[in-house]
Design a binder for this molecule. Structure first.
Ligand code: ZN
Length: 180
């Protein structure tokens, strides 16, 4: 496949597809599993998709960033998935460029750790979620997309009710009350 003609949106992982392909007849009948990925380019076999994603990332000189995503996923591997699965998920994240998406739940902590410059232009807000009752940073975009008043807690990741950190509210009120 000609990589020069492919960009990240072309191979963005829309959803996984799975088929059981039947070969042969009668006693020779066999079922062969086929796992693929639905992309803008059509369905691509999962293994091939991973190879294309790896090659594109390397071509763009973004291998260090992929390494960070793998490290991040490994450190937050709550579902105890295999190394291979972690790498696949990191590739999905990378191709979707979630590290640039302020709606990604890990946007603030991931970039704080690996790409502090990416947070310079971000709209950060300090909130306290009901579950952990600890101040943490989220993006304004995450607040704008709150579901029934809940957002993913910056401390534990659970969706729960939140309120703005008091310190910040005082500042805001203070600013409002400052005479012109
Ligand atoms: Zn929490």
């Amino acid at each position: 496949m000609d990589l020069t003609a492919i960009d990240f949106p072309d191979i963005c992982w829309r959803y996984g597809v799975f088929y059981c392909i039947r070969t042969g007849t009668g006693r020779d009948k066999k079922y062969c599993p086929w796992s693929g990925v639905k992309t803008a380019l059509g369905e691509i076999e999962q293994k091939i998709w991973c190879q294309i994603a790896e090659a594109l990332i390397e071509r763009r000189g973004e291998s260090p960033l992929l390494k960070c995503l793998v490290e991040w996923k490994t450190a937050h591997n709550y579902a105890h998935i295999s190394k291979e699965e972690i790498r696949k998920e990191a590739l999905q994240l990378h191709v979707a460029r979630l590290f640039d998406n302020p709606l990604w739940a890990d946007f603030v902590p991931f970039n704080r750790k690996y790409r502090p410059d990416a947070l310079k232009s971000a709209h950060l807000v300090t909130v306290i979620n009901e579950c952990c009752k600890m101040p943490g940073e989220v993006t304004q975009e995450q607040i704008d997309h709150a579901l029934n008043g809940t957002i993913a807690c910056p401390c534990c990741g659970r969706w729960s009710l939140f309120h703005f950190c008091e310190e910040q509210m005082e500042n805001e009120i203070g600013m409002e009350m400052t005479p012109q």
